[in-house]
Every structure is written in structure tokens, then in C-alpha cells.
Design a protein around this ligand. Structure first.
Ligand SMILES: Cc1cc2nc3c(=O)[nH]c(=O)nc-3n(C[C@H](O)[C@H](O)[C@H](O)COP(=O)(O)O)c2cc1C
Length: 210
């Protein structure tokens, strides 16, 4: 029996999480979802979509793995190959957008912020040191990601640990400092949409018509 049917039969009131009518709690929920996404591989927040602006001005999106969340610094981190297109796009224009939809939680998160590429600095080194060997291997692929190849398998993966370690030169950590978060909670008893401006000197929170 579904939860919905069970509630109908027992006369239990419709479930609404506590945060839905509370702006501060909604923002805390958004950050909690992101933080959980780092640790929980099955959470939809583990693999957010990141949009950049292409150097031709077109929007471009792709999935990444969320590696770290710092609520105090309002930042997220993911890892990428410096040779990839998104690195070039972020270097040219650091404005990015983030999107996650959690169907089970009935919660959409949209965020906007500024990305920063870290390569060869202390943050990148710590991120590399904290990565598993399996994840590191991607950065040693030859030729570079996005290169057109004649056959589907026309690329080479590193064959030993030394080759994997050499891929460190291509590794970068990208941090995104979030400026704005918009949330949408779906509920037949009334959707809830909110926007948060995260400027530490001018924090703003508003409900919006869904
Ligand atoms: C589940 C999943 C996780 C991914 N994680 C990453 C990631 O953490 N970093 C990354 O650069 N690409 C990741 N990718 C690949 C990107 O979505 C994308 O295809 C690739 O990075 C090329 O993007 P670009 O040409 O915009 O640089 C992931 C793809 C999937 C499907």
C-alpha cells in the first residue's frame, strides 16, 4: 500500500515537511541537501547540472560530481580536466548556474554563482590528494577530452600508477561561490517557491509565486 493510500485510509493529515512555510528553514534544507549530496552517491544532489556560458555565448550544461560543500563560505566544489571545454568557458566567463531536481524530495534547487578554477595551487593539491585512484585515472586520458576521434575507442587510458599520477597536471578543482539560490517545493496543497540572495552584507529572502 502506498504512503498516500495509507494516509487516506487512516485519516492521517497530508504530510508537509516543516521547512516549507519557513524561509530560513527552506534555505537550511537547501544547504543540507547539497551537503548530503557530497556523501550520498544515491542522492540527486550528488550529481548536479552545471551550466556555463560558451565562448560563443550559448548556454552549456553538463553533469558533475559534487565533491564538497562549504555552507559558511557559500561554496561548492567539483573536479574537472583543465583540457575540457568547461574549463575554457569558466576561464573566459566565471558566471555559472547549478540545477538539481530531487523527485523523491519534490524539491528543485537552482543556484547562480561565480566559478573559480584551481590548478596547481594548494586547494587543487588537497583535492587531488583526497581523490581515489579510480577517479584520478580520468585526468590522464589521451588525447584530451572532447577531441574528435576516428573510432569510438580511439583514446588511451593510463596503464599504470605512474601514468595516472602524471594526469595530475590536467586536474583542476572548481569552486563555485553561490550568490543566489532559488528553491521550489512541489505539493498539491500549494507549491512553495523562494529566492535567497546570499550576499553576507545584504542577505535577502523572499517567497515567490510558484
Ligand atoms: C554522472 C556523471 C558524473 C560526471 N561527473 C563529472 C565531473 O565531476 N567532472 C567533469 O568534468 N565531468 C563529469 N562528467 C562528464 C560531464 O558531464 C561532461 O560530459 C564532460 O565533463 C565534458 O564536458 P565539457 O565539454 O563541458 O567540459 C560526469 C558525467 C556524468 C554522467
Amino acid at each position: 500500500m502506498s504512503e498516500k493510500t495509507k494516509r487516506r485510509e487512516t485519516g492521517e493529515p497530508h504530510y508537509r515537511p516543516d521547512f516549507v512555510d519557513d524561509l530560513d528553514a527552506t534555505l537550511r534544507h537547501a544547504w543540507a541537501c547539497l551537503a548530503r549530496g557530497v556523501k550520498d552517491r544515491r542522492s540527486p544532489f550528488h550529481t548536479p547540472t552545471i551550466a556555463t556560458l560558451g565562448t560563443d555565448g550559448r548556454p552549456r550544461m553538463r553533469t558533475v560530481v559534487l565533491r564538497a560543500v562549504d555552507t559558511g563560505a557559500r561554496s561548492l566544489r567539483f573536479h574537472t580536466d583543465q583540457r575540457g571545454l568547461k574549463s575554457e568557458e569558466i576561464a573566459a566567463d566565471p558566471r555559472v548556474a547549478v540545477h538539481v531536481y530531487d523527485a523523491r524530495g519534490k524539491f528543485q534547487l537552482r543556484a547562480e554563482g561565480m566559478a573559480q578554477l584551481h590548478a596547481g595551487d594548494a586547494l587543487a593539491q588537497a583535492a587531488w590528494d583526497g581523490s581515489r585512484m579510480m577517479s584520478r585515472a580520468c585526468y590522464a586520458t589521451q588525447p584530451a577530452p572532447g577531441t574528435a576521434i576516428a573510432a569510438a575507442g580511439g583514446f588511451v587510458l593510463p596503464e599504470d600508477e605512474a601514468a595516472i599520477v602524471a594526469g595530475a597536471a590536467n586536474f583542476s578543482a572548481v569552486t563555485i561561490t553561490i550568490a543566489e539560490i532559488e528553491t521550489l517545493y512541489l505539493d498539491h496543497a500549494g507549491h512553495r517557491r523562494a529566492r535567497f540572495r546570499l550576499d553576507p552584507d545584504d542577505h535577502q529572502a523572499h517567497w515567490l509565486v510558484p
